[in-house]
Design a protein around this ligand. Sequence first.
Ligand code: BTN
Length: 256
Amino acid sequence: MPGTGIEAWTDRLRAVLGDPNGPLQRVIVLRETDSTQDAARRLGAGPGDVVVAWRQTAGRGRLGRAWADTGDEGIAVTFVIEAAPPERLAPACAVGAARAAEALLGLAGTEQATVGIKWPNDVVAGGRKLAGVLVEQADGVAAVGIGMNVSQTQWPPDLTDRAVSLVQLGARVDRIDAAASLIGAMNEALRLDDERLRGEFVARDVLAGRRATFRSGGRTITGTVRQIDPMLGLIVRTDRQDEVHLPAATTTVVSD
Ligand code: BTN
């Protein structure tokens, strides 16, 4: 029986990256680290490197939030790639994470809309968060961190209604399966052209048609989301019935 300890991770995850022309080339597995984002920087990781933590103790989320330590029930991975406009990177990574989750749930290629994307890059199922994506860029390099919930069956009270794991959705997978699927899916998603990326995002978009509040250019706007183009921006019908266009690059979701 193949091993499932940390020693087996490096071999299995490296085997996913067979294409010498793919954007991802090398995998580094760390036994324990604070944040894979910081570990990648400390290691001097460059484009093509993937840093995986067996255990991450101080993960970072978007907008200055923390990403809870998921112990041995979640995965934490940082993908180091060439810098790119955030309005392209965020949807590409969300699509990659969503494709991985769908494959692990046995939904790939089916019409079942179990896995969705909440703009710009939360991966959700049944209104609860399955994976989060953090894009950080500096010095011509992007570090894309993805955390995915794999085998949790219980959550702290503040997360019970907001988080979900692959196992809770019915997948029979372990963390190494999830990490392998995520790395393979990211290697493909990072190569999608704009048209395909837009289509894959829109097919999974869960925010269109819903009320939400956004910050954009110093303004707070509440209304119903009419349409999202992940790279160009959002069209929102405000409560005063005006239709406003919010650029993707400078807009954030405040609440939905
Ligand atoms: C979010 O939803 O706010 C983004 C969460 C991103 C968490 C991942 S886990 C791997 C990588 N390392 C970190 O410190 N954060 C990201």
